[in-house]
Ligand binder design. Structure first.
Ligand code: ATP
Ligand code: MG
Length: 222
């Protein structure tokens, strides 16, 4: 068992990184650091970084490496001790290399989901911005339509979940993620999980992680 376990979760937009990540941090003592959630909070709070990033995100483009690296390395430095799970970062080879030089990761989880399923799923997605909780009106609807189950606050659809922005994000993903995958493969730490639904992928991720990091409680149902 590794004491301070460091993982990154990779996958196309809408592949379920957020959903799988929230399940992971419920079962394992790891801090969830989501680049997309941090950016969206900055946009909501209208910080200079948020206003700058919004221009790229709205179009489905990547936020420049310099901005992202500064932001995420800053977050990681706040958790010098303890386990973490990075979601949405790295997205480019430069980001992967910089991260590895600051904090070698123990595993890279790659979620593989067919693109046609992703496109359909994103159209039905609603999010709670402050927590990053994700709902889907088909298979994971909130208890009350439009409201977060935990806080009762309003859910929104993401600005970059429009069909045009989704196509652009999938295109950017196809062009940029290959070298990131190769990077982790060359380090011998890439773990791939394929499936059509998060419920299908989750048991495999849980089983894999359980052999590296102790679950919070063995009795908790997965
Ligand atoms: P999903 O949340 O559906 O898995 P996603 O992976 O595209 O989709 P986020 O990770 O939330 O979504 O990111 C949303 C947007 O934020 C990206 O399209 C990009 O513009 C920006 N972004 C997030 N992380 C990074 C990063 N590491 N590098 C560059 N841009 C990023
Ligand atoms: Mg996400």
């Amino acid at each position: 068992m590794i004491k301070n376990f460091r993982a990154v979760i990779l996958g196309a937009p809408g592949s379920g990184k957020g959903t799988i990540s929230s399940r992971i941090v419920r079962k394992f003592e790891m801090k969830h650091i989501s680049s997309g959630d941090i950016l969206r909070l900055n946009i909501e709070q209208k910080t200079p970084l948020g206003l700058d990033a919004q221009k790229y995100m709205k179009q489905g483009n990547l936020v420049p490496d310099e901005v992202m690296i500064g932001l995420i390395i800053g977050e990681i430095e706040k958790c010098k001790t303890g386990s973490w799970l990075l979601d949405g970062f790295p997205r480019t080879k430069k980001q992967a290399e910089t991260l590895y030089s600051k904090a070698p990761v123990d595993t890279a989880l790659n979620l593989i989901v067919p693109f046609d399923i992703i496109v359909d799923r994103i159209q039905k997605r609603w999010v709670h911005l402050p927590s990053g909780r994700v709902y889907n009106t088909d298979f994971n609807a909130p208890k009350v339509a439009g409201l977060d189950d935990v806080t009762g606050e309003r859910l929104v659809q993401r600005e970059d979940d429009t069909p045009a922005a989704v196509m652009k994000r999938l295109d950017v993903y196809s062009k940029t993620l290959g070298p990131v995958i190769e990077f982790y493969k060359s380090k011998g730490i890439l773990e791939e999980f394929s499936g059509k639904a998060s419920d299908e992928i989750w048991p495999m991720v849980y089983k894999y992680l359980s052999s590296h990091i102790a679950p919070i409680s063995q009795d908790v149902k997965i």
